[in-house]
Design a protein around this ligand. Structure first.
Ligand SMILES: Cc1cc2nc3c(=O)[nH]c(=O)nc-3n(C[C@H](O)[C@H](O)[C@H](O)COP(=O)(O)OP(=O)(O)OC[C@H]3O[C@@H](n4cnc5c(N)ncnc54)[C@H](O)[C@@H]3O)c2cc1C
Length: 241
């Protein structure tokens, strides 16, 4: 039996730091004693002004003194895109060598635009909804059939004594994986700038919807915990400092 889903699960496991910590870190260069006091007492003054200045002038390192650890469930093709983000990111992923994977696979939801809009531009791809119900059902059928067949062969290989690490090769990219991802506010903002689509951003990106789903869920969490940094990031055209 295979399970089909279309969404990503993103949960915050733990975090440290806040807007005040950004301000305190920035003060280290001119007044280290006051910076320390502010960080300990959590009473940074004028955070908006300082954070706006840091963001505009690309003084990025004060935004690295914080940490967010997320739990993520997303299809392997989306996780691969996530793990291209190297700087300021750490990952630990569930193993297909040491444990049997879960039979959970991605299918495009009914609201997912998947018909390429012509003329198709690879650097600025646009997609339309499936208007034809029969085409939608047929496409779902193809996904289901391949996933079911692949899962059965995966189990059969292991039943016949083949190792998990070799048997997993028959599984498609649409299978879900899960991992922890830890980042700091600066590396998260860089990720958000590339993996969300905002037409008014300084550099408009065209990410695949599934990695954008992951990014948007992280963005919602970040916006609550670093509200001033988040506001200034948006004012700065969503360019990480
Ligand atoms: C819409 C979109 C389409 C994409 N399409 C493709 C594709 O077709 N094929 C493909 O292979 N990738 C593709 N990518 C991935 C892309 O090339 C990057 O690997 C990914 O976005 C991570 O960006 P990054 O390297 O800036 O991030 P990070 O790895 O987090 O790095 C952050 C920053 O650190 C610096 N840095 C990190 N490592 C180095 C280094 N080794 N040398 C110098 N500076 C470094 C750079 O300034 C970099 O911007 C795509 C990304 C997007 C958003």
């Amino acid at each position: 039996m295979v399970t089909l889903r279309s969404d990503a699960d993103v949960r915050l496991i733990r975090h440290s730091g806040d807007d005040g910590m950004v301000v305190a870190a920035a003060k280290v260069s001119v007044d280290p004693d006051e910076a320390l006091q502010q960080a300990i007492e959590d009473n940074a003054s004028n955070p908006s002004g300082i954070i706006r200045y840091l963001m505009r002038h690309r003084h990025g390192s004060p935004f690295e003194h914080g940490s967010m650890t997320f739990y993520v469930e997303t299809p392997i093709f989306s996780a691969r895109e996530h793990m291209r983000h190297r700087a300021g990111w750490s990952y630990n992923e569930t193993s297909g060598r040491y444990r049997k994977l879960e039979p959970v696979f991605w299918v495009p939801g009914r609201d997912r635009n998947i018909i390429p809009k012509e003329p198709f531009k690879p650097a600025r791809p646009e997609f339309l909804p499936i208007s034809d119900e029969i085409l939608y059902e047929t496409s779902q059928y193809h996904y289901r059939m391949v996933y079911k067949e692949a899962w059965e062969r995966y189990e059969k290989l292991m039943d016949e004594g083949i190792s998990k690490e070799a048997a997993r090769a028959v599984l498609p990219l649409g299978i879900y994986t899960s991992y922890w991802a830890t980042c700091n506010p600066r590396s998260l903002m860089h990720f958000l700038g590339l993996r969300t689509h905002e037409k008014d951003a300084t550099f408009t990106s065209y990410p695949q919807a599934e990695i954008e789903d992951v990014a948007r869920k992280m963005e919602d969490i970040f916006a609550k915990m670093w509200p001033i940094t988040y506001e200034m990031f948006n004012q700065n055209g969503r360019v990480s400092p």
